[in-house]
Write a new protein. Structure first.
Lengths: 147, 202
């Protein structure tokens, strides 16, 4: 299967029904993407496919054929992605850290000047058990304000 | 307050042992070392196990919660509008992370009050998935006001008592009291719509 991950063209020799999550972590060694529930509820494994957030635990590799996948490693190499990571650190948006890569990937889809409701809606598919979400909202909103 | 103080004492011993060296310099010159500290109850703390009376703990942390909520009279869905949590934790060593602990615990407590139902079947949890054990999502979590009070405990690290466990205790009683204030005689949690529609009305 041929696809582009973080701007790099790759040919993956794996079963077409392999979970995109496993391909990213094991075949590509990009372990920033985390597995939470493995059943599409928690959003920890969120990556972007052609810019749209998906749960990579639910996407078979074959569905990613010819598409552009961005993981947290790819996001970290961009200015906005790096700034989001720093904002999460600065505002305590990460505690145990398992949800954090998925939260950041989902937050990347926000429009400029988002309201609190925009942030809640963008992150609605991402569960966090540690923070009660407030510190995550503060991180995302403060960053967007600063931008 | 016990383990934290032991850590503080160990760190101080370690620092003394290092002298003017950095840990890396010490490790290179002398190799690894171990420091040990053991808990001793502070003087004046007396507990009678026979009569089960006296000072069970050296100190207590305190918490207070206020919950404002609305109940949909048709669907019986409960929506917390605002949650206030005030915690007296001795000393907030890292205020940002202490607030994070209180916010997280409070959100878990609200989940515990409204949606999180453990179903046991044949000695096992029958709903051990996020699909059927429902925790708050970003759209469910209530806005929170957090307050920290500090009354340092002299035997805790830098005066701290602890913050990780306490914030989950108060929110569910506060939610249930608010529902009783609305006229729902709730006697168990979680206060799911299914449960709420069946309870006596006062």
């Amino acid at each position: 299967v041929k696809l582009t991950i973080n701007g790099k063209a790759r040919t993956i020799a794996a079963h077409p029904m392999a979970r995109l999550l496993d391909v990213i972590r094991e075949d590509c060694g990009l372990t920033g993407t985390k597995e939470g529930c493995g059943e599409g509820e928690c959003g920890a494994c969120t990556v972007l496919i052609d810019g749209a957030p998906v749960d990579s635990c639910l996407v078979p590799l074959a569905h990613a054929e010819g598409r552009y996948v961005t993981t947290i490693e790819g996001a970290a190499a961009t200015r906005t992605g790096k700034a989001l990571q720093n904002a999460f650190v600065e505002h305590g948006g990460a505690q145990c850290g398992i949800c954090t890569p998925g939260m950041i990937m989902a937050a990347l889809t926000l429009p400029d000047e988002p309201t609190l409701d925009d942030v809640k809606t963008a992150l609605a598919g991402n569960l966090c058990r540690c923070t009660g979400y407030s510190a995550i909202y503060r991180a995302v909103l403060k960053l967007k304000e600063a931008e | 307050m016990i383990v934290g103080k032991l850590l503080e004492r160990c760190a101080r011993q370690m620092k003394q042992r290092l002298g003017r060296m950095t840990p890396a310099q010490y490790f290179k010159a002398q190799g690894p070392f171990t420091v040990t500290a053991e808990y001793e109850p502070p003087a004046g703390l007396a507990w009678d196990d026979e009569r089960y009376a006296g000072d069970a703990y050296g100190s207590f942390a305190w918490g207070c919660n206020i919950v404002e909520l609305e109940v949909d009279p048709v669907t019986f869905e409960v929506r917390p509008l605002n949650v206030t949590a005030v915690a007296e934790i001795g000393k907030a060593i890292h205020p940002m992370m202490a607030i994070g602990q209180i916010e997280g615990g409070t959100a878990q407590g609200i989940g515990y009050a409204l949606t999180e139902e453990v179903v046991m079947r044949d000695g096992r949890m029958a709903n051990a998935q996020l699909t059927n054990y429902i925790i708050p999502t970003p759209l469910d979590a209530a806005p929170m006001d957090i307050g920290i009070l500090e009354n340092p405990y002299q035997h805790g690290p830098f005066g701290a008592k602890g913050v990780g466990e306490m914030p989950i205790d108060g929110p569910a009683p506060a939610v249930i009291n608010a529902l009783r204030h609305c006229g729902f005689d709730v006697r168990s949690i979680p206060a799911t719509p299914e449960r709420l529609m069946k309870v006596p009305r006062t």
